[in-house]
Design a protein around this ligand. Structure first.
Ligand code: CMC
Length: 436
């Protein structure tokens, strides 16, 4: 953090002493006011539920400019990474700070590939779940359960443990997600196959059976790899902040990532792509394209509680740059699979068109976000809607672990412990039962 020459002064109208607040500059983005001594010097806290104006940490990993619609991983624009790199290159970049050279790339791909299998016991653990359990419920359990199997990588204060845990998590997530899927449909688990790409291996574990050879479709493989790249990190979003907060207590990496999975599940975050597809199916069931106008009226009516899922973003108040790339992939996949005329996809395109032109959405700068298109792509590929958020979790695992490791390696890190403005009852005495 670079100290700024400018200082802020906080003054009070009641005559209490004012306080100078140091300002720090980042390399790009807004400066921050350092309020760490505020309570000690003034006896006051700041109030910012939802973290609308609060930087919870300093970080070198991901930068978003929501107004410009810009997303950089370690300085590299997402548009360049999505076309020039694969997901594992992106993982390397997020974890170690720069893109790998040829030798580093080979070594990293080999290391991840060598950790794709999970302990055989994991499948017995999985069997404890109902077959119709939500995959995110299963995944939260399985990821947390990894800490019971890999005891040699649970010490978060040991850099080697953190490194092995990172590789294991990136390598094993596709295996776990595919196992959760196979279990839900009652098919045998497919073991990983190390001569396939990360995305290709995942497709095979998902869609192959032991009875037949499986050929990876390169268009779909590229589309999945792109979904993974676009979801790999997104700075201090809700699930990443959850991972940091959870890990700040010194808990093991698998437990911290399980907390991230749980947070991601929510419909305002990773659950949006599932919620979006459910919304499309509901409109389709209620009359399809002919009923879009009626549905949009409900969305615009504040009392209806209906939102257009897959639209809007807390940070991007301009177009989500990931959505642009995913839109391109979406059309590629629909063409490859001959699905351009599928009624649900036509409906999605109609919603997109209306929302991009309608005053309500234009005035509020509500654009389709990445999840609008990634849901459509995943459905086209044949991934069940319930599994969408698990795929997001798979892709985001590298971001979570990179952010967690960055925090733990920071000598200044402390357990996260927000404060509160208490507005409940003041001290009072318990009355005997007959007087309450
Ligand atoms: N449909 C209809 N109206 C909306 C929507 C929407 N999807 N999103 C925001 N608005 C309205 C909102 O009601 C408010 O209107 P007004 O100013 O009249 O009160 C205005 O737009 C500003 O919205 P906000 O709620 O203050 O925005 P936020 O930054 O708090 O919320 C959001 C961001 C993503 C939670 C919200 O846009 C939303 O719920 N979208 C649908 C869910 C979704 O697609 N989430 C995925 C996010 S991308 C994946 C990820 O990165 O996790």
């Amino acid at each position: 953090m670079i100290p700024s020459d400018v200082k802020a002064t906080l003054s009070f109208s009641d005559g209490s002493a004012s306080m100078d607040l140091p300002i720090y500059k980042g390399t790009i983005g807004p400066d921050v006011l350092d309020i760490r001594k505020l309570y000690a010097q003034t006896g006051k806290f700041t109030y910012d539920p939802g973290f609308l104006s609060t930087a919870s940490c300093n970080s070198t990993i991901t930068y978003i400019d929501g107004d410009k619609g810009e997303l950089l991983y370690r300085g590299y624009p997402i548009e360049q990474l999505a076309v020039s790199c694969d997901y594992l290159d992106t993982c390397y970049l997020l974890l170690y700070g720069d893109l790998p050279n040829e030798a580093q790339r080979k070594d990293f791909h080999a290391r991840v590939t060598n950790h794709t299998m999970v302990n055989e016991q994991m499948q017995f653990f999985l069997r404890g779940f109902r077959r119709d359990a939500h995959p995110m419920a299963v995944l939260t359990g399985l990821v947390g359960g990894l800490s019971a199997f890999y005891h040699d990588s649970t010490d978060i204060n040991n850099p080697q443990h953190r490194e092995i845990a990172a590789i294991r998590l990136i390598a094993k997530m596709p295996t776990l997600v595919a196992m959760a899927y196979k279990y839900s449909v009652g098919q045998p688990y497919m073991y990983p196959k190390n001569d396939l790409s990360y995305a290709g291996n995942f497709m095979r574990m998902m869609f192959a059976t032991p009875c037949e050879d499986y050929k990876v479709n390169p268009v779909i493989e590229r589309a999945l790899d792109r979904i993974f790249i676009l979801h790999a990190d997104h700075e201090q979003n809700a699930s990443t902040s959850t991972v940091r907060l959870c890990g700040s207590s010194g808990t093991n990496p698998f437990a911290a990532i399980a907390a991230g999975v749980a947070c991601l599940w929510g419909p305002a975050h990773g659950g949006a792509n599932e919620a979006c597809l459910n919304m499309l199916e509901e409109i389709q069931a209620n009359g399809g394209v002919a009923k879009v106008g009626e549905f949009m009226e409900k969305v615009k009516d504040k009392n209806s509680g209906v939102k257009l899922m897959g639209f809007g973003h807390r940070v991007y108040k301009n177009y989500d740059p990931r959505a642009k790339l995913m839109r391109e992939t979406c059309h590629e996949v629909l063409n490859e699979l001959g699905l351009q005329n599928d009624p649900l996809f036509k409906l999605a395109m109609e919603l997109e068109k209306i929302a991009l032109e309608d005053d309500y959405f234009v005035a509020r700068k509500l654009y389709p976000n990445v999840d609008f298109y990634s849901g459509i792509v995943q459905r086209a590929i044949g991934i069940p809607v319930q599994l969408f958020t698990a795929i997001f979790a798979l892709a985001r695992t590298v971001g979570w672990i990179a952010q967690l490791n960055e925090m733990i390696a920071d000598p200044e890190y402390k357990i996260g412990r927000p404060r509160q403005l208490f507005v409940g009852a003041e001290r009072r005495d318990v009355k005997p039962l007959d007087q309450r």
